[in-house]
Design a protein around this ligand. Structure first.
Ligand code: IMP
Length: 190
């Protein structure tokens, strides 16, 4: 059993479609503020591992808008909770000619042991290492469409549909999270 540590049931639904052995651990680990997702996922995985004392996966994601130098990016959660997703869409439409964006997801895996993985955040002397796996999808910001998914799904379009217009399987097949889960599963199962 592998604990997927998040308070977001939408992330767990998507993770379980790819990794049926995953169980949600509803633990709100303190999220570092950092301009890059990797250190946030690494610190979150360490905090979650220390809490669970068992192997954990944490998932840090964000919408990176090219014309805003990647904003809201790692601050996507704070921005969703404060101004809201629809306001981000309106701000992009009003301020930008180029609405290109990317969704990114970084998974951090920690089991307290040394890890032989392509990307490992070693941390400090007393820290357990964390293996990092990334998925990235290019698309653009559009006015909200669709009823599915969660978070920024209605305003992120890729392959002609927003994530919120896709079935869960369609989203998982091409999404940032689906790709990060594939990279993790290839390593973990291989
Ligand atoms: P965090 O990874 O929990 O910090 O979430 C970052 C922000 O991105 C939150 O506002 C989430 O709602 C949003 N988010 C994370 N994953 C997705 C996704 O797959 N689709 C849409 N929004 C997402």
């Amino acid at each position: 059993m592998l604990r997927y540590v998040t308070t977001n049931p939408g992330k767990v639904r998507e993770a379980r479609a790819r990794l049926p052995a995953v169980e949600q651990l509803d633990f709100d680990y303190p999220e570092q503020q950092h301009p890059d997702l990797d250190p946030i996922a690494a610190a979150g995985a360490r905090a979650a591992y220390r809490h669970a004392d068992a192997p954990v996966l944490v998932d840090d994601a964000g919408l990176f808008v090219d014309g805003f130098d990647g904003f809201p990016g790692p601050y996507s959660s704070f921005v969703e909770q404060t101004v809201g997703v629809a306001a981000v869409g309106r701000l992009c439409a009003r301020e930008l000619d180029d609405l290109d964006a990317a969704f990114r997801c970084v998974l951090g895996y920690c089991d307290g042991e040394a890890l032989d993985a392509p990307r490992v955040d070693a941390g400090g002397d007393d820290d357990p290492p964390v293996a990092l796996f990334e998925g990235r999808v290019a698309g653009h910001v559009v006015p909200p469409r669709g009823d599915g998914g969660f978070g920024y799904d209605p305003i992120f379009e890729t392959d002609g549909a927003t994530y919120a217009e896709m079935t869960p399987d369609e989203k998982n097949e091409r999404s940032h999270r689906g790709r990060a889960l594939d990279a993790f599963a290839d390593w973990h199962e291989g």
